[in-house]
Design a binder for this molecule. Structure first.
Ligand code: OGA
Ligand code: MN
Length: 211
């Protein structure tokens, strides 16, 4: 695969592995290089302007439907080989997948991801990323692409952690948040400005013998 790779024993990756092992989530405010963040934000806006992003659905398979009272973002799934910046992002996530497998024996087989654009006022109500009828999603990974985001712009990712602890993440460009997909309920609060991200899931082999 084209793109950027970092060794799976890089200190940043080891820190993420330790965080996930100890508490089930990790936040790295300085993860994605600035130039790549800007390139991906530009690409996300361009895809949106060309009408390639579509209202995101809720649920899975034929039962999936658009419900803006639950989630109001617009998304486009990534495919390898489309653009340099996307391939660089996918290369980084591949390094992360290897580090997670090496450090946590998670057996993560693949990674699926999409651009997400939340128009001003859009939100995503409290949910868990793992589907009831499909337990392959194991680790969720969100990277923000927003320039000069301030807390008063809203748009926080609110995570509901153990012992009634809530943790808010300001969606500042370059920041990476990871959490165990089946264990951390979370929501996206409405923002006063457009909110861009790349959201993805490291997946294990499914337990259904007849997928
Ligand atoms: C999701 C999600 C969080 C965020 O897409 O499932 O919860 O901060 N995104 O964008
Ligand atoms: Mn989610």
């Amino acid at each position: 695969m084209r793109g950027m790779h970092i060794p799976s024993d890089h200190p940043l990756l080891l820190r993420i592995v330790d965080d996930l092992a100890e508490r089930g989530w990790s936040q790295q405010n300085i993860f994605l290089p600035q130039a790549l963040t800007v390139a991906l934000a530009t690409e996300c806006r361009q895809r949106a302007a060309e009408g390639e992003l579509a209202p995101a659905g809720v649920g899975r398979g034929p039962a999936q439907e658009v419900r803006e009272a639950i989630r109001g973002d617009h998304i486009q799934w990534l495919e390898p080989g489309q653009t340099g910046p996307c391939d660089e992002y996918m290369g980084l996530m591949e390094s992360l997948r290897e580090a997670l497998n090496r450090g946590l024996f998670l057996g993560l087989e693949d990674f699926e991801s999409h651009f997400a654009l939340y128009p001003p006022g859009a939100f995503y109500k409290k949910h868990v990323d793992r589907f009831r009828d499909d337990d392959r999603r194991t680790v969720s990974a969100v990277i923000y692409l927003n320039d000069a985001w301030l807390p008063e712009h809203g748009g926080q990712l609110r995570m509901y952690l153990k012992d009634d602890v809530e943790h808010d993440v300001v969606p500042t460009g370059g920041c990476l948040v990871l959490f165990l997909s089946g264990e951390v309920p979370h929501e996206v609060l409405p923002a006063t400005r457009e909110r861009l991200s790349l959201t993805g899931w490291f997946r294990r082999r499914g337990s259904d013998p007849f997928p």
